[in-house]
Design a protein around this ligand. Structure first.
Ligand code: SF4
Ligand code: FE
Length: 485
């Protein structure tokens, strides 16, 4: 397993083509906009070497028997699924942010069983190829970036009906030694903290969309790959050299997100895991989204712990911690947070074994988990802002606090309890601002799929017919209006 320092050193060797704010990023590894998110990923390495956390942070590879970072491990039983959620909560607590390594893990987990199913169906050799790649990722302890969401063009049209066929990533050439792909993947969290990109289709594909039914892995600095780093609220605060206004100076608001363009990229055959087998695209998506939706019952709960902690601390600083309505609001925040966690654990405990031997979470409960995460963090944010007061949105900048001409006024008038340093109060307020108004909330809503995507899955998985029968039996009515049974 790599250490955090070895991880950062390995990033220095990458030769990305990346842009931000109209300019090519010459040195992404030391770039202030990227650095906090890189620190979050680095923590997934650091904690794996801490004996206190080794049970959660490491696992035994089912391929090699080696001790590996759990972020590269394919769950082999429901205990592994549970440990995954607990690991993510731990990291959410330590970073207060998104640590970006999970979607790539979910891509690996998904492809492990999907390549098995593909081979069983078609007599192909995808699983052998995939296992070789997985062993490489485990042995090198790499970060993978899961590339699923296409840019999608006209949302009312299918991939094959788009005016521009490249709006969904597709194979443009099949060669003896590999394939050439073109397209773009959006919202790629932690793109420049990742060694590899693992590409998967974003939709269930049909027979006329075989070129879009493609999955593969490619180093993220390969020829033809271009990264465009997106803007986040308050991002330029990171360039100001201060530490207070950024709210969470070490780990930032969330990951960084990139639009990743594949400009005719060659992928060698041994890294291709699906090539035209459209029949299994639906299964792939269902599995990936279930695994990824499970995660949010861990990582967002860890961030929720930090939010509860900061709301309680600011209440103390302001001298209102004993007030009954404050205690009630904190109680409500805890209730919401633990409800999300309970769902994440439940879908893991209810996990089942797939034919490949890998374990999958209960898909219905995983979708319920994520659906709750599109709501509860917003209610928690509302409560945190309520407790913290208007200062969350009106504080003067760190520069005014550092300015000798104005410092004494701000020091004096922004003080709360006499024994609390004004700067400590400001720091806590900035941390709250960072969590409730930052991109993390957008991620809670849209990460791992927008709310409607879960609702479709929830109804599909709910088995309403069985529930109807239960009620009909008790009421003594016929099974359905048209049948006589
Ligand atoms: Fe991991 Fe959560 Fe970030 Fe997704 S949002 S990558 S699950 S930390
Ligand atoms: Fe995400």
């Amino acid at each position: 397993m790599k250490t955090a320092e070895e991880y950062v050193a390995s990033l220095r060797k990458m030769k990305w083509r990346a842009y931000f704010f109209g300019q090519r990023i010459e040195n992404p590894v030391d770039f202030e906009i990227i650095k906090p998110s890189q620190n979050s990923v680095a923590l997934t390495y650091r904690l794996a070497h801490d004996p206190k956390y080794s049970d959660l942070m490491t696992a035994t590879s089912h391929l090699t028997g080696n001790r590996i970072n759990r972020f590269t491990h394919v769950p082999q039983n429901s205990e592994d699924l549970v440990k995954k959620v607990k690991m993510l909560r731990l990291l959410g607590q330590k970073t207060g942010s998104c640590f970006q390594r999970c979607a790539g893990l979910d891509a690996l987990i998904t492809l492990s069983s999907v390549t098995y199913d593909l081979d069983k169906k078609n007599g192909t050799e995808y699983r052998t190829r995939f296992d070789r790649f997985l062993a490489y990722v485990q042995n090198q302890d790499l970060v993978c970036n899961a590339a699923m969401t296409d840019v999608k063009g006209d949302r009312s049209l299918k991939p094959s009906q788009q005016a521009d066929p490249d709006l969904y990533l597709r194979i443009i050439e099949r060669r003896g030694d590999g394939i050439v792909v073109r397209g773009a993947k959006a919202h790629q969290t932690g793109a420049l903290n990742s060694h590899e990109i693992v590409v998967m289709p974003t939709l269930t594909m049909n027979e006329d969309e075989k070129d879009y039914a493609v999955s593969f892995a490619i180093p993220s600095d390969s020829n033809g790959i271009i990264h465009f780093i997106g803007r986040q609220a308050n991002d330029t605060r990171k360039l100001e050299g201060g530490v207070v206004d950024v709210g969470n100076p070490n780990y930032g608001v969330a990951g960084h997100e990139a639009l990743v363009v594949f400009d005719d990229v060659f992928v060698p055959l041994d890294r291709v895991f699906m090539c035209g087998e459209y029949e299994l695209t639906g299964t792939l998506i269902e599995r990936f989204t279930s695994y990824h939706r499970q995660n949010y019952g861990g990582c967002k709960v860890g961030v929720g712990d930090v939010l509860i902690g900061s709301a309680s601390t600011i209440a103390e600083y302001n001298g209102i911690e004993r007030s009954s309505h404050i205690r009630d609001k904190i109680t409500e925040m805890v209730h919401l947070n633990e409800t999300m966690y309970a769902c994440g654990l439940a879908c893991s405990y209810e996990g089942t074994k797939l034919p490949s031997g890998d374990y999958i979470v209960n898909p219905l409960l995983a979708n319920v988990t994520k659906q709750n995460v599109t709501r509860f963090p917003f209610e928690m944010a509302r409560l945190a802002i309520d407790i913290a007061g208007g200062a969350v949105g009106t504080l003067p900048s760190e520069r005014d606090f550092r300015n000798p001409e104005t410092a004494k006024y701000l020091e004096k008038y922004l003080k709360a309890k006499a024994e609390v340093r004004t700067e400590d109060r400001i720091r806590m307020l900035r941390l709250i601002e960072n969590m409730v108004l930052g991109v993390g909330m957008v991620e809670a809503m849209h990460g791992a799929g927008s709310p409607q995507a879960q609702r479709v899955m929830i109804l599909r998985q709910a088995d309403v017919e069985t529930k109807k029968k239960l009620s009909q039996l008790l009421a003594g009515v016929k099974a359905s209006p048209k049948s006589n049974s």
